[in-house]
Ligand binder design. Structure first.
Ligand SMILES: Nc1ncnc2c1ncn2[C@@H]1O[C@H](COP(=O)(O)OP(=O)(O)OP(=O)(O)O)[C@@H](O)[C@H]1O
Ligand SMILES: [Mg+2]
Length: 403
């Protein structure tokens, strides 16, 4: 009779070593300080073809995306496909072996080695992945358009305001112009009269009647104010256009996050202006490799959430900083805060505490996805009565494709 599984004795070290040597899956062991301490033959073959991985002194944190180790430490494991040069992908699984000294086990598998019968499964998996990515892109765009829909009235107001005073300035300018033409008319008559000096008195009265001194003071001011109004409208329209754009090519570009924050503020400002005092504390930020319009969507969601958390009057803090190849943008509010048990759920799709028709519950889940795509993370610090802080942490440079 075969013994039940738990009755097998633990195999000897020799037997385990022989098994590791025959495995087609790459097995790598790392010490707590990130040094490689063991690689089975399959791992050695896999890594040999890669410039970075073939360096046996490379540390684990330099080989994996920045969020891999933190996630493995938090959840015990991390897995994903790793670009491995020349368009090749490897399935990678990382486990924390020992919580105390932080040893890691990394398994690498070349999907090309998967048995014949699994190829169909892989193909279906890839097909589903493509469809999922397309669906996610649509959702992203739909959420963005829904927010723009919500904000439309506010944006219209932001545009209407300057248009209103430019319009009234134009009416004054028209009046000023007819006064100036009337004065020119008197000057012309004087010029063509046999004795121009005799008309000096008429010129003086006309100047006084038409209040030309006031016009010459007011006109430059009107022009400056109108130009600023038009510039403001142009800026809002441009921000809105940038914001609603889909980044189809999804190529990373270097961007100024402060400029992104300011244009996002332009769009949401009408939602916040009546109850919020904004406190900016911007640090010095390098240009960041990112998809700017998607990050703006994250900032908008966080700003709107902060504004919606404040009932009557409150403060929203907007802080930025930079250290060790990472940048961070923090949106804080002094609203009611989020209870600990709820913090687990706020990133879930469709989780909302807002009345029907106000929130879809997608803001944070979409923001989480965007930030993860940027190899970053969002940290929440909140407690009932103590307000909330959402910190978006991003790498300044994205890991090279295929590295
Ligand atoms: N700054 C905050 N203060 C208090 N609660 C917050 C804050 N930000 C988010 N939450 C909570 O997290 C929930 C989920 O937020 P999320 O942005 O995903 O959805 P929503 O704001 O409810 O709806 P949507 O963003 O789709 O309009 C909110 O309903 C709210 O309960
Ligand atoms: Mg929201």
């Amino acid at each position: 009779m075969t013994p039940p599984f738990q009755d097998f004795p633990t195999p000897s070290a020799g037997l385990l070593a022989a098994a590791l040597c025959r495995l087609q899956e790459g097995v790598l062991l790392y010490a707590g300080d990130g040094r490689l301490v063991y690689a089975n033959p399959a791992a050695q073959v896999l890594c040999r073809s890669h410039p970075l991985w073939s360096d046996a002194h490379a540390r684990i944190e330099d080989l994996l995306p920045p969020h891999a180790l933190p996630q493995a430490r938090d959840e015990g494991r991390w897995n994903d496909y790793l670009p491995f040069g020349e368009g090749r992908m490897l399935a990678a699984r990382l486990y924390v072996l020992d919580e105390h000294d932080g040893r890691f086990l990394l398994l690498l598998q070349d999907p090309g080695l998967v048995r014949e019968g699994d190829q169909e499964l892989l193909r279906r998996h890839e097909e589903l992945n493509v469809r999922l990515t397309a669906a996610q892109a649509k959702l992203l765009q739909a959420e963005k358009l829904a927010s723009i829909g919500q904000l439309a009235a506010g944006v219209a107001h932001e545009i209407n305001n300057p248009i209103g005073y430019v319009h009234s300035n134009l009416a004054s300018l028209q009046e000023y112009l007819s006064s100036l033409f009337a004065l020119i008319d008197v000057y012309e008559r004087a010029l063509h009269s046999p004795d121009p000096r005799a008309m000096q008195a008429e010129i003086d009265t006309t100047r006084e009647r038409l209040d030309i001194d006031f016009i010459s003071r007011d006109l430059p001011q009107l022009m400056t104010e109108s130009r600023q109004g038009i510039e403001r409208v142009t800026r809002i329209v441009r921000d809105l256009k940038d914001f609603s754009r889909t980044e189809r090519d999804s190529a990373w570009k270097l961007a100024d996050l402060h400029a992104g924050l300011e244009s996002t503020l332009n769009i949401v400002w009408n939602e916040l202006r009546y109850k919020v005092t904004l406190e900016r504390e911007y640090g010095t930020l390098p240009m960041v490799e990112c998809l700017q319009s998607e990050l703006n969507q994250v900032f908008m969601n966080l700003l709107l959430n902060a504004g919606q958390a404040i009932e009557e009057r409150g403060v929203i803090g907007l802080r930025t900083g930079h250290a060790d190849g990472m940048v961070w943008v923090e949106v804080s509010d002094n609203g009611p805060g989020i209870p600990a048990d709820m913090q687990q759920r706020i990133f879930d799709p469709f989780f909302t505490t807002k009345p029907v028709g106000t929130g879809t519950g997608l803001g944070l889940s979409i923001s989480y996805g965007i930030v993860a795509k940027h190899h970053g993370r969002i940290e929440v610090d909140s407690a009932p009565g103590a307000g909330s802080r959402f910190k978006v942490i991003l790498p300044v440079r994205q890991p090279p494709r295929g590295a």
